[in-house]
Design a protein around this ligand. Sequence first.
Ligand code: M6P
Ligand code: MG
Length: 296
Amino acid sequence: ITTNEGNKMLEIKDKNGENFEKKKLNDEIKIFFTDLDGTLLNSEHKISKFNLESLKKAKDKGIKIVIATGRPLFSAESIIGEDIKKTNLSLIPGIYLNGCITYDCNGNKIINHIINHKLKMEIYHFSKKENIIPYIIWYSLEKTFSFSMNDVIKDYMTVESITPEIIDDNKFKDIIIYKVLICLNQKNLNHVLKLYKNEFSHKINVANTFKTYIEMFHHNSNKFEGVKEICKSYNISINNALVIGDGENDIEMLQGVPNSVTLSNASDKVKECAKYIGPSNDDNAVHHVLHAFIDL
Ligand code: M6P
Ligand code: MG
């Protein structure tokens, strides 16, 4: 990837195209929530040196840094665990599985929303009827599952390097699922998204969260629910929070938190929901946003 040198500061703009200026900020930033894929991670699923350094600087200034992702904790651990440790950051507190699991600063689950058994089975039977089962990865808290290994799943494993456990119908009945992920492509995404939205969106969140993936997770969960709980646990007002994200699973927190930034790589739908638009994830957006909002 050809990334912009992080030294040259890139602009953050509001909806009218005006440059963001720190002096216009009403409230000081005390806590920073960042999405992972498409935001803190570049297209190679890595945190750039600039992003990492700026996170560390912000932490050293006393700003709380919190990950808010669709990934489960074990996946965040496998992808950025080393970087996080190296810089003295922490994956706890954190918002995982799109808020279905949210940990406070002691590692307690302050939100814990599974997909109930009946709904899990309904999704399964519907997917079987529609021949979608081979494209699905089922997420528990500890690992991922699929019914077969195939090229679609292998391709997905370039994003989520964890190998899913192959299961049968019997085993499936007993596992506790937090998230259903369907791996699609440009051709079938919209069709399948419509199909599942029609069938399930009154019972469960159905969203195109990243690339051509659809994710389904508990109706009452989203990252903003996690943001509110974590702010509450620190006794920090939402007005002192800064959030950044690029996907459909970031919309609620981008709308709910007054200081919200999306990235130039986000879709128009997401851009509508954030107060500001920053550079792309391949141009160290997190680094630029932290420098714009906080005196580092
Ligand atoms: C990738 C995978 C998913 C994850 C999604 C969104 O597709 O890792 O498991 O849910 O990205 O992740 P994020 O919310 O961090 O953008
Ligand atoms: Mg994202």
